[in-house]
Design a binder for this molecule. Structure first.
Ligand SMILES: Cc1ncc(COP(=O)(O)O)c(C=O)c1O
Length: 400
């Protein structure tokens, strides 16, 4: 029996053509495809600059490292992170030597609740990382108001919501920098990968240096050297400038194959987004009669949701647990995933103690939530099969 997964990567003739071209050019490290993807992906988010890297996690780390350098943050610096997110968001802060403070989330959007922010701000708080979970944008206008009031930097974690909008404005374009993952299940995928986008030229220069060992020169010729075009400054310094390092950087680069995949996917963006949107709307339309028993994705009219996943929260009136529900679906080959549980992860219990009770909404979502797919690889038969199985379960577990 076919498995209906939570994610999907479709490879069309365009991806094959671009990857083959990269291979035929015998250019495997950074070159024209990476540069073009960086520029086009950033521009699609109304931003000027993009720096590709090898994951969404390293995108976050690079953005944080840039602010550590420019803002001269020390190890007492606190970063506000939602209590529901993929563990990479908070891990990136910990790896960069910063302190994480969690903020409870909203029970409807599952995103960082702006009303919970201020009480978590201390004199050491320097940054907010709003995470647009499951394709649903955060309330960025309220978050930016608070960031401005307290002079906090903002890194948007856009891993799960490529191209989503608030009041017509693209997510990622509200804060100082935006970190994206292009891992397989994400809307635009490069297989494995990530990208940091920004409008700030100084940040871009630092990001580009950090991603490549801390290289001094970040000009196009040094970054994507094709052997023919030589940077005019290269041999004017004691150490060849292309191999001069001015900060402690990382090796987080990707190559042309990822760039070629990304560029092809970007050309198919509208097709991918349209299908995801139609699929999610179809699921909602066919399940809304059961909204007394399950909470379906909801968004205000001023927001464009991109439905990276389809989250469901089991309500009190359903006489069944989340566990029973997911077992029912899994047995029928419908894949489910927990809704980004964070504070109850064994490693976080070790690091932070038993703090779940302080975040009642996140705790409720951990206990009652799961998600299924609504991706562009699902057709009407798949959707009808999912709907039928959800309906069957609910009908056999309601109080009358
Ligand atoms: C919200 C969020 N942030 C960060 C990441 C990390 O991305 P990656 O797996 O590419 O490191 C993910 C991955 O799915 C994510 O969902």
């Amino acid at each position: 029996m076919k498995k209906i997964g939570v994610g999907h990567a479709s490879v069309s003739e365009i991806e094959k053509k671009y990857v083959l071209d990269a291979l035929e050019n015998e250019r495997l490290s950074q070159g024209k495809y990476v540069s073009k993807f960086e520029k086009n992906f950033a521009n699609e988010h109304d931003l000027k600059y993009g720096v590709m890297c090898n994951s969404g996690t390293t995108a976050l780390q690079l953005a944080l490292a840039t602010l550590i350098e420019t803002e001269k943050w020390d190890h007492n610096t606190e970063v506000l992170v939602p209590a529901i997110t993929f563990i990479a968001t908070s891990n990136a802060c910990i790896h960069m030597g910063l302190k994480v403070k969690f903020v409870d989330v909203d029970p409807i959007t599952y995103n960082m609740n702006p009303r919970e922010l201020e009480k978590n701000i201390s004199k050491n708080t320097k940054c907010i990382i709003p995470v647009h979970t499951f394709g649903m944008p955060c309330d960025m206008e309220s978050i930016m108001e608070i960031a401005e009031k307290y002079n906090l930097r903002v890194i948007e974690d856009c891993a799960e919501a490529h191209f989503a909008k608030v009041n017509g404005k693209k997510i990622g374009s509200f804060g100082d920098m935006a970190a994206f993952s292009t891992y397989v299940a994400h809307t635009i995928t490069t297989g494995i990968g990530g990208i940091v986008c920004t409008d700030n030229r100084e940040y871009m220069e630092i990001l580009r240096s950090l991603v490549a060992h801390g290289r001094a020169c970040t000009c196009e010729r040094c970054v994507a050297s094709d052997g023919n075009q030589v940077c005019p400054k290269r041999l004017q310094t004691e150490i060849d400038r292309r191999f001069m390092f001015v900060r402690l950087g990382y090796s987080y680069r990707v190559g042309e194959i990822e760039g070629a995949l990304g560029l092809a996917q970007l050309e198919r963006k509208d097709e991918i987004m349209k299908k995801r949107h139609e699929n999610a709307e179809y699921l909602i339309k066919n399940l809304e009669e059961f909204e007394d028993y399950i909470q379906l994705p909801k968004h205000p009219n001023n927001v464009e949701h991109t439905y990276m996943m389809f989250p469901i929260v089991v309500k009190e009136r359903l006489n069944a647990s989340r566990q029973e529900f997911v077992e029912h679906l899994e047995k029928r080959n419908i894949e489910t995933r927990p809704m980004l549980p964070l504070l109850n992860q064994p490693i976080y219990k070790e690091l932070f103690g038993n703090i779940e009770e302080q975040y009642p909404i996140a705790k409720m979502i951990d206990e009652k939530g799961f998600y299924i797919g609504c991706h562009h690889g699902m057709d009407k038969d798949d959707l009808d099969y999912v709907i039928e199985n959800i309906k069957d379960f609910i009908k056999s577990h309601v109080f009358y």
